[in-house]
Design a protein around this ligand. Structure first.
Ligand SMILES: [Zn+2]
Ligand SMILES: [Zn+2]
Length: 357
């Protein structure tokens, strides 16, 4: 049985404001009515209303008793009233736009905003009574505030919903006047089954970063692939051929495939360690690994069983009028992953798509 049901409200990286990063999910075995987690909040109620007009059955959960008894499909406002928490990777507008715009009119229970401390502090500068009224509080006792800032500890699983925990790891997302700009990767775990998915906020390649931090994420992911962790959402904002000095803290297909190779190396190293008999696991293992570095041949099919959803592609309507940029970029990534024989499935993340994880 899958662990999670996820609906993609928006998967783009701009400039189309109707398709910005926004994902809604729940444990597979609970009903949407029981509570929903929002992962990023770029697009929101308007984009979802549009998707529901095209597919009113988007939130049908076949087999779940409470859903089959509903007499009519959910509205977009109903769905967002059921959100119990927002998980935010970083406070760039394309990831928080709808959270801000809807903050004064959200219905339903109080909603936590989970993010790292720095990112919540960034969000506070928007809820400052200048850019937008102050509609969020750090204090649980402030009953009149619908939104509650809640800090995620780094590299530690925090419970964010019954049977769902999130481990937040810092990422580098370019450089600005304040130094290295921080984003986050989330390991989202279904506690009952121990199955997880990995979701990346915007991220730059370790190869060009002044503070490479993605390798830590790959090291944490490698032992779980593919049985405990079979799905990754990762950005690829640009198409092939983008120059390194014009990445602006994002990935291109060439760099994304290098990153996936870095993951594959960690997976191979982990499996080598695992298959070594316990008696031989001290000094001889280190010696053997030094003599046998991971070669391109070792990486063949090492990511078999892994699905990689490409997200946050930036639109460029003029270049490919008949084909959304997310299709162009996903095909490019797919070709490069196939060339290296990594064995991962590379998939496009479409708005309005349901994903079982
Ligand atoms: Zn973004
Ligand atoms: Zn960003």
């Amino acid at each position: 049985m899958p662990s999670f049901s996820l609906v993609i409200v928006g998967s783009g990286g701009g400039p189309d404001e109707t398709n910005l990063s926004a994902y809604l999910f729940k444990p597979f075995d609970s009903a949407w009515e029981d509570g929903i987690l929002a992962l990023e909040a770029g697009s929101g109620q308007g984009a979802l209303a549009q998707l529901l007009r095209q597919n009113p059955q988007l939130f049908d959960s076949p087999g779940l008793a409470s859903s089959s008894t509903r007499s009519k499909p959910f509205t977009s406002a109903e769905i967002y009233s059921l959100v119990t928490a927002f998980l935010i990777t970083h406070a760039h507008l394309d990831h928080i736009n709808s959270l801000v715009i809807s903050a004064g009119s959200l219905k339903g229970t109080r909603k936590r905003i989970y993010a790292s401390k720095q990112i919540l502090q960034d969000l506070e500068t928007i809820f400052s009574d200048r850019i937008w009224p102050n509609l969020a509080s750090w204090d649980e006792g402030d009953e009149e505030f619908k939104l509650l800032y809640t800090t995620l500890q780094q590299s530690h699983y925090d419970v964010v919903y019954p049977s769902v925990s999130v481990c937040c790891m810092p990422l580098s997302h370019g450089h600005n006047s304040g130094g290295c700009y921080e984003s986050s990767a989330f390991f989202v775990r279904h506690d009952a089954s121990s199955c997880e998915f990995l979701f990346f906020g915007d991220v730059e390649p370790d190869k060009v970063s002044s503070r490479p931090r993605t390798l830590h994420v790959w090291r944490a992911a490698a032992p779980k692939i593919p049985h405990k962790l079979s799905t990754i959402f990762i950005e690829c904002s640009w198409p092939c051929g983008r120059k390194d000095d014009a990445l602006y803290g994002h990935l291109s297909p060439e760099h994304l495939v290098d990153e996936l190779c870095a993951l594959a190396v960690e997976v191979v190293n982990h499996r080598r360690g695992q298959t070594t008999p316990p008696v031989a696991r001290t000094r001889p293992l280190r010696k053997r690994q030094k003599k046998n570095p991971v070669t391109p041949d070792d990486l063949l099919n090492s990511l078999h069983g892994l699905r990689v959803y490409i997200i946050h592609c930036k639109d460029n309507g003029d270049a490919h009028p008949d084909k959304p940029m997310r299709h162009v970029i996903t095909e490019q990534v797919n070709a490069l992953v196939a060339k290296r024989g990594l064995g991962a499935r590379v998939l496009v993340a479409e708005p309005g798509m349901s994903v079982e994880i």
